[in-house]
Design a protein around this ligand. Sequence first.
Ligand code: NAD
Ligand code: ZN
Length: 428
Amino acid sequence: MTSPQHEETIFTWGAPPLKFGAGAAYEIGFDMAGLGVRRVLVVTDPGVNACGAPSRIADALRLYDIEAEVFDGVHVEPTDDSMTKAVEYARAQGDWDGFVAVGGGSAIDTAKAINLLTSHPGELMDYVNKPIGGAKTPPGPLKPLVAVPTTAGTGSESTAMCILDILSMKVKSGISHWRLRPTLAVVDPLLTMSLPPEVTAASGMDIVCHAVESYTARWYATFEAKKPEERVTYCGANPVSDLWCEKAMSLIARSFRTAVHHGADDVAARTDIMMAATFAGMGFGNSGVHIPHANAYPIAGMVRDYRPAGYPQDESMVPHGQSVSLTAPETFRFTFDAAPERHLRAAELLDPRADKANDQREQLPSVLVALMRDVGIPNGIGGVGYTEADVADLVPGTMKQQRLLATCAKTPTEDDIAAILTRSVQNW
Ligand SMILES: NC(=O)c1ccc[n+]([C@@H]2O[C@H](COP(=O)([O-])OP(=O)(O)OC[C@H]3O[C@@H](n4cnc5c(N)ncnc54)[C@H](O)[C@@H]3O)[C@@H](O)[C@H]2O)c1
Ligand SMILES: [Zn+2]
């Protein structure tokens, strides 16, 4: 990391208004009516639709004289192809004056793309981040979007980010702009009672990674000072993001294992983890994430024949929450020197009762490995089908994620990434 010539003095923080708690999902008619919305598309995936929440929410909208239709064509871990089809559907059935996303990150991100491309002209790739897309800026405001997460993980209900798989290039990329942030986040923990344990585990590890990566990210003031028009969504670790992430880690410590193993009937544990996801989203959504998330892009993008339990079985996939956690223990050995006290504090928050490791560098990795074993995450990138021989092919996919790598407190070289991936073939 090079020292800036002119130190940044400013950080930014943003999040949509939040309505949190049991039953919140059925008040959206009131909220949407207040925004003057008359015709709404409810965006979801087939698995979530089968649980019934999207049609119940559509019924609740109709009570406020809002015309509501359910679209369940979201692809789990959306692709350029699936998002384009969803946009074409919405454009063909237009005009909509608002959207409600009901689902995990897949549904919420697809709804963000639909909202962008039914509010403004152009195609998906025009807006996708460079160098993969044209990085066009949304030319004006978007329509109201209410995001209703049904997983406890991505925090997408409060972030300004939309992630997709670019099939032809075997890479993941995204669109990031503050205008993509939902108008309102409605977080109702009861919607997660039906989540299978495997999805609870993977999306919960996404929360852990959001919180710890944000907490160990490069400090905002160590960046080169920016002009107002150059400000980016992710500005590095800062005092406000830290607060959210610390609290998220404590909630994980209290309830993550219970939510995975007793999720069908433990409302208190589900509520804690939903709150952890929301809090971590409010943290990393402004500060950023780094190496584990950058590695996740090729790990997910280059999957061969791994089909995880608990997810749709029709295609191979490495779920986002698994892919981000597989290289986390080794990453935090690598970044330890950049901020030892932050790594130790994160370990303490995630497991206040953990034995103290002789080597302080091992404290956070050992807490993470214990958690991953307890909730049933695969053992390293080997557990999802990669061997040491694949590392050279994975490295370029990570190096393309310069926006994320720039958020790391210790800038990794290609060799550093190769070493992290190699040591993550097995984590225990
Ligand atoms: N925009 C962001 O800020 C952001 C951040 C992190 C990840 N993501 C993206 O989010 C996606 C992953 O999202 P996710 O982890 O929330 O999972 P998901 O939306 O992909 O859903 C995972 C599976 O769980 C099922 N499911 C969801 N809720 C359920 C419920 N309540 N009951 C039963 N089944 C349910 C779905 O049908 C699906 O099969 C990835 O594409 C990832 O890249 C986005
Ligand atoms: Zn994530």
